[in-house]
Design a protein around this ligand. Sequence first.
Ligand code: 13P
Ligand code: SF4
Length: 323
Amino acid sequence: MFTTVLPKSNSTKTSELPFDLFAAIQDLKRELNAVVLAHYYQEPDIQDIADYIGDSLGLSRQAADTNADVIVFAGVHFMAETAKILNPDKLVLLPDLAAGCSLADSCPPAEFAAFKAAHPDHLVVSYINCTAEIKAMSDVICTSSNAVTIVNQIPADQPIIFAPDRNLGRYVMAQTGRDMLLWQGSCMVHETFSEKKLVQLQIEHPDAEIIAHPECEPSVLRHANYIGSTTALLNYCQHSSKSSFIVATEPGIIHQMQKQAANKRFIPAPPLHNCACNECPHMRLNTLEKLYLAMKNRTPEITLPEETRLAALQPIQRMLELS
Ligand code: 13P
Ligand code: SF4
């Protein structure tokens, strides 16, 4: 596994913290004219203080449209980086700069450049879960909620490289009937679910529907009654007539599911080992305390070279136009 070197996780001294963190963060939002954007995989307290919670597409749209001077991104590095690409003049803060992504790490720029050079006639569609360097080498970006729509708009005779997630790529191939050359990356969280335990769980809960994120392995996806992005999964549960669901994605999303449908039951899909490895260790580096300190100290800030930013901006804008 390749790893992008991000800084060490920042520690928090309790002496630096106010008594009421929620109130202090609300004060800082006003003082800085800041907006807090959070992904569904963040801890519940962060979701509750956020101005907007969403999937990667929703968060990108919010980042593109905001009038705030400061964007506090409660998510992982590639998400905050996307916000910075769209907003070069705004201060973009990430509560813990070490919050990376195993999927983004599975596609190192030098190896990907060689792969792309070996297939010069291919158009590159990259999943947003990648670094700015990979975005800069891509023709169009997609997220799990618009990947099928975007691939369907590419002429049928145009060969495609899809990177970096092989599971989302395979899912898009099945949905569109397109053959694509897949980069063999994957997410450490979504590949952890056990098919055997999932089937056992469904026998214990015969009325429950299985819902899954397309980053899951095919062995899990083939049992799913519904497959979609985090926002799509939330909407599905809210509007479904079913009252219980086995949720095959990061369990942070269950906080919103329970808020939206308090009378329904949400059961996290089990990982292979007896561990908490279905929780994203990168997403969970952010805490309410670190979010407060990031706003108070205006750091850690996301920066990137202007040349990379401009090259990465074009395929992101193409995605926003096509979806
Ligand atoms: P979405 O929220 O776009 O479905 O992506 C899930 C994910 O893995 C984010 O890292
Ligand atoms: Fe990356 Fe997977 Fe964590 Fe999403 S859940 S941030 S894809 S490691």
